[in-house]
Ligand binder design. Structure first.
Ligand code: AMP
Length: 391
């Protein structure tokens, strides 16, 4: 029986999932606050695993694998280990088996994602130490977007910045957008090669992608995951002139980075929280800035949906996913209300229904179908890792 162990390392967190050969999820675990005194792991949502104070990603991985074994979840070594790797630069157009050369290329990309790639490397090293004979596969957030045409990935800045340093739009959340494309094709009963969609991944990080006949042709995140939509704590697009302005006020690059990445977005506008569910509750109680944050989030998203139509000649569906996209009927309705001129329309009753995977929420008069499709990035990583291991 095949099993894939999926590892997703964040700066202080570690998500692990086990899938069987038919891509059924067998178990999941989450370790948080790694490196701190309060490091803690949860297996299958409930069972808590106490981690030593200051536990590393490697410590957490070992304890979680032990716990899986004790529960009979992982009684043999896995067939393959799939890692989420945030940045693959231009070196990776698809998932790749990790050997010395691939590991070196991932390290080279760390310059483009200094907060992410080094922790992804930690995960790879910890897994290799624990399972030295198991093949490891890197699945890149950027790979799906390597089909972007030049007109979409180049910025209007001197070409030497691209040629010397690789300054271009890479795009992220590729695993999720790629899953949206194949799942939407399945729902519509078409092949991937004949399916075109706009995929809106709205979680704590948010991005939107135009997918033409199964291929990514434009996306909102850029050189880094800061560009584009309003997010939980990230600003998305701002005037680049802001950097000069803030420098004039005495702020250095590090402070500006912190403001735009950690103190902006829904949190910055509302002054209360980056959590959309909480914002919805506050707005319902009359909190003006919470309502303003939701308003700006939806308006910016609608502008980007309209912008994505410039890259498409046909559209089979607008698809919402991620914690916000799957759960907030209010965000979906408010966003689509800005898109009347393009012919998008939501049906309030269908939009309010919950649960069902791949449900349609558009009204009968909508020019295009609008779907809600739960994403499952870990499952895509398992699928790609198993496919490579079988070859
Ligand atoms: P993710 O990063 O995909 O887990 O998404 C996290 C975001 O989804 C947070 O802003 C949550 O508040 C939001 N979210 C989750 N459930 C709901 C809900 N029922 N209504 C509104 N937002 C939600």
């Amino acid at each position: 029986m095949e099993t894939a162990l999926v590892i997703n390392c964040g700066s202080s967190s570690l998500k692990i999932a086990v899938f069987d050969g038919t891509l059924q999820r067998v178990a999941s675990a989450l370790a948080e606050r790694l490196g701190s005194e309060e490091a803690l792991a949860r297996v299958n949502g409930t069972l808590s695993v106490i981690l030593p104070s200051g536990a590393s990603h490697g410590d957490a991985l070992r304890r979680i694998v032990d716990s899986f074994r004790q529960q009979g979840i992982l009684d043999r070594t896995p067939t393959v280990i799939g890692h989420r790797v945030v940045h693959g630069g231009e070196a990776f157009r698809q998932a790749s088996r990790i050997d010395a050369q691939v590991a070196g290329a991932i390290a080279d990309c760390a310059e483009l994602a200094p907060l992410h790639n080094p922790v992804n490397q930690l995960g790879i090293e910890a897994a290799a130490a624990l399972f030295p004979d198991v093949p490891q596969v890197a699945v890149f957030d950027t790979a799906f977007h390597q089909t972007l045409p030049e007109r979409a990935y180049l910025y209007a800045i001197p070409m030497r910045l691209y040629e010397q340093w690789g300054v271009r739009r890479y795009g992220f959340h590729g695993t999720s957008h790629s899953y949206m494309a194949s799942r939407t094709a399945e729902i519509l009963g078409k092949s991937l090669e004949e399916t075109s969609l706009i995929s809106a991944h709205l979680g704590n990080g948010c991005s939107i992608t135009a997918i033409s006949r199964g291929k990514s042709v434009d996306t909102s995140m850029g050189l880094t995951p800061l560009e584009g939509l309003v997010m939980g704590t990230r600003s998305g697009d701002v005037d680049p002139g802001l950097f000069d302005f803030l420098k004039g006020k005495g702020l250095d690059a590090e402070e500006v980075h912190r403001i735009l990445n950690n103190e902006s977005g829904l949190l910055g506008i509302s002054g209360e929280t980056n959590d959309m569910r909480h914002l919805g509750e506050l707005a319902a109680q009359g909190h003006r800035r919470a309502d303003l944050a939701i308003k700006i989030f939806c308006f910016r998203l609608a502008k980007y949906i309209a912008a994505m139509t410039a890259s498409l000649t046909e559209l089979d569906a607008l698809v919402f996913t991620g914690g916000i996209g799957e759960n907030s009927a209010q965000v979906r309705a408010r966003t689509v209300s800005h898109l009347r001129l393009l012919g998008f329309a939501v049906d309030d009753q269908r939009n309010a229904r919950r649960g069902e995977d791949g449900r349609a929420i558009h009204s009968d008069r909508s020019r295009f179908p609008i779907l809600v499709v739960p994403t499952d990035e870990e499952r895509v990583i398992a699928r790609e890792a198993l496919a490579i291991a079988r070859n």
